[in-house]
Write a protein that binds this ligand. Structure first.
Ligand code: KPL
Length: 309
């Protein structure tokens, strides 16, 4: 044990990444509470435990503390894994605590850090970008679907607790890298999701098909190319970094080949998707910067039609 057992961690969000994080922290003997929205999910988790299904099929059951009210716990650190459209209400909930904890956003999409720092203040906000694959099998079960990386850093500048958090995650078994320019990192991760997520959702395929099937790869690459152009116009990425983003998207698709992307999982469950904070944001920012984004526009439109079906 590495001495991080006395830090109270609350993971907000009972989806795939939230459950994966909870399982890893509990496995490392840490004090982690999983905060979920529905009372029945909390009850089931408390009664049956949290099941982690390893890539080789092994099932490990963890005793988990699940709750619906974060006030019960007085956390030192909140790990935010809720959908990007729920960032604002989550931040307001955190702001209502007597003592503001550090908040690490482990979410997809563009703009989460801005929302959190507007409500909580820069100094409390950290970002964590992950390419781990995980599938939510049921309210109490999560399946690991491929190793990835977690890039951690302060929202605006190096946060004094970045290294502490990095040590906590490393102790819990994550591959951690500290990021010193998190705006860049947010965009690099967004490029991955902009390519993989909507294409896997529209065509109902696992991530690996993006790397394998020429016609799908072509659309994903075109979407990421446009997003890279927007990032370059905004001055967040260099042209070379934008180009590397395309290769990275294809690489992540291959590395998490068996995973169903979070957007595919949302579509399959009839839930709202994060398209607005990904491809939708590219269309909006492209308009502002006078960069053409026809492929992303088409993808957003397809998603809209798709959701009506
Ligand atoms: O972040 C992901 C997601 O599904 O949202 C990837 C890395 C693409 C893994 O599926």
């Amino acid at each position: 044990m590495g001495g991080n057992q006395n830090i109270r961690i609350t993971i907000m969000g009972g989806g795939a990444i939230g459950k994966l994080a909870a399982a890893k922290f509990i496995q490392a003997g840490m004090d982690a509470t999983l905060l979920v929205r529905r009372v029945e999910q909390a009850q089931q988790l408390n009664e049956k435990g949290l099941v982690l299904i390893r890539t080789d099929g092994e099932r490990i059951v963890f005793r988990v503390k699940a709750a619906v009210d974060m006030h019960a716990n007085n956390p030192d650190v909140v790990i935010l894994t809720v959908k990007s459209f729920d960032t604002e209400p989550a931040a307001k909930q955190v702001a209502s605590l007597a003592r503001t904890p550090f908040v690490l956003s482990m979410q997809n999409g563009l703009g989460n850090g801005d929302t959190l720092s507007r409500i909580l203040g820069d100094q409390f906000v950290l970002l964590g970008l992950t390419t781990y694959g995980a599938t939510s099998v049921s309210d109490c079960e999560v399946a690991e679907r491929g190793e990835g990386e977690l890039v951690l850093g302060g929202f605006r500048k190096t946060n004094p607790i970045t290294h502490k958090l990095s040590a906590i995650f490393t102790e819990a078994g994550w591959n951690v890298r500290i990021g010193y320019d998190m705006q860049k990192e947010v965009w690099k991760k967004a490029l991955v999701n902009i390519g993989i997520n909507p294409i896997t959702a529209i065509y109902r395929v696992t991530n690996g098909e993006i790397a394998k099937r020429g016609e799908l790869k072509e659309i994903a690459v075109a979407a990421v190319k446009e997003a890279g152009n927007v990032a370059v116009a905004l001055g967040v990425l260099t042209p070379q970094e934008a180009e590397e983003g395309i290769e990275r998207m294809v690489q992540v698709a291959a590395d998490t080949a068996d995973n169903r992307s979070s957007m595919l999982q949302d579509v399959e469950k009839g839930r709202r998707t994060e398209i607005d904070s990904l491809n939708g944001a590219i269309v909006r920012l492209g308009e502002e910067m006078s960069v053409d984004t026809p492929v992303n526009r088409q993808i957003v439109e397809k998603m809209r039609v798709f959701r009506m079906l």
